[in-house]
Ligand binder design. Structure first.
Ligand SMILES: Cc1ncc(COP(=O)(O)O)c(C=O)c1O
Length: 375
């Protein structure tokens, strides 16, 4: 049976063009960019090109991009590098653990944390956000698109309001970059997190956009690489890969968005024909073109996933399994106040560049068999 991969939000395969671009930097051009000989210079040149490719994708300038090991590090660098005891940090209730956990760790260091609720569609409650800010609020960190349900937050509204109050805004755009237009000038964000493996670069590489006039403290100390903000010899093959992934995304973004939306429409209408009771979480919010979080009524996500695994389909659950064996709704679905009957049977389907219409039809046929076996 042909395997079907519908878990692109977990990670993507490395694109052949990305592989091709990065491979020579493992051996042929293996130099350290800190060296002034020809080996070093060729690595430097590759790094500059990659930095420009990242900057171009998000409409930033070259100097505003710092390479990191991924979204977790970029998020930590902003939070830990900016906030001091006595400052206040505001985040949403549906942030990834790569924001929520560093935020909680900062509380132990004397930073005040406020967590803002979301509505039934997974959109931040803007009125609560605004009311919660005080003169101590230094940073608002709100993800651009949610990894589980794919809802896109009204970031522009947040940044234009925050700017008037002199509050900085960070956005974790790990799930948005490469999937929807991300323009830091238009969004108005002061910091933006990028994760390579969510859009066809390898795992373990990412970037952080830091608006020009803003200073951060490093969280690691060492050599002076990345303006001292991210010391350590640069991983040139992976930086080249990230740059190439950005160029790839920029090349056909509109086309891919259209294609991926169509795949979603085929999937949704196919599901309706399966005669099964379900809801699409966040259906009234702007959402990523590649993500649908579906709650199947009175089913358990674990049962559906086990069934799908036996038919070679890879998806993720929206409910986390705890050690007691009890199934609990994920914190994201809980924050969205999703009805338990649908929440327990929530599956995240996410697709990408390599997904075809045939794959979606095949997914629907396999789902039909699994649902029959669970009836
Ligand atoms: C929104 C978001 N932020 C951060 C991360 C963490 O990314 P990484 O594990 O690559 O550091 C993820 C990964 O799933 C994510 O979806």
């Amino acid at each position: 049976m042909r395997p079907l991969y519908f878990d692109y939000n977990a990670t993507t395969p490395t694109h052949p063009q990305v592989m091709e671009a990065m491979l020579p930097y493992f051996n042929e051009h293996f130099g350290n960019p800190g060296c002034t000989h020809s080996y070093g210079l060729s690595a430097q040149k590759a790094m500059q090109k990659a930095r420009q490719q990242v900057a171009d994708l998000i409409n930033a300038s070259f100097e505003e991009i710092i390479f990191t090991s991924g979204a977790t590090e970029s998020n930590n660098l902003v939070l830990q590098g900016l906030l001091e005891p006595g400052d206040e940090l505001i985040v949403s209730a549906i942030e990834h653990p790569a924001i929520l956990n560093p935020a909680r760790a900062l509380v132990r260091k004397g930073i005040d944390l406020k967590i803002i609720p979301v509505d039934h569609n997974g959109l931040i409650k803007l009125d609560v956000l605004k009311e919660s800010c005080t003169e101590k609020t230094k940073l608002i960190s709100i993800m651009l698109a949610n990894n589980e349900v794919g809802t896109i937050q009204p970031l522009k509204e947040i940044t234009s309001w925050a700017r008037e109050k002199n509050i900085l805004v960070h956005t974790d755009a790990a799930q948005a970059t490469g999937k929807i237009p991300v323009d830091v000038q238009d969004l108005g964000a002061d910091f933006l997190t990028i994760a390579g493996h969510k859009f066809y670069a390898p795992k373990g590489v990412g970037a952080l956009f830091i608006r020009k006039e803003i200073n951060l403290k490093p969280i690691l100390y060492g050599g002076g690489q990345e303006k001292g903000l991210r010391p350590g010899t640069e991983n040139i093959p992976y930086l080249v890969a990230l740059g190439q992934a950005c160029a790839l995304a920029q090349n056909d973004l509109d086309q891919e968005i259209k294609r991926q939306k169509e795949l979603g429409e085929i999937f949704l209408s196919g599901l309706k024909n399966l005669d099964i009771d379900f809801i699409l979480h966040g259906q009234n919010a702007p959402r990523l073109p590649n993500t649908m979080s579906i709650g199947f009524k009175n089913l358990r996500a674990g049962d559906v996933i086990s069934g799908l695994i036996s038919y070679e389909v890879a998806v993720s659950a929206g409910a986390a399994c705890h050690s007691s064996g009890e199934k609990e709704l994920s914190y994201v679905l809980k924050a969205m106040n999703v009805n338990e009957d649908y929440g327990q049977g929530t599956i995240r389907f996410s697709w990408g560049r390599m997904t075809t219409k045939e794959d979606v039809h095949e997914l629907l046929s396999r789902l039909k068999i699994v649902f029959k076996s669970l009836a």
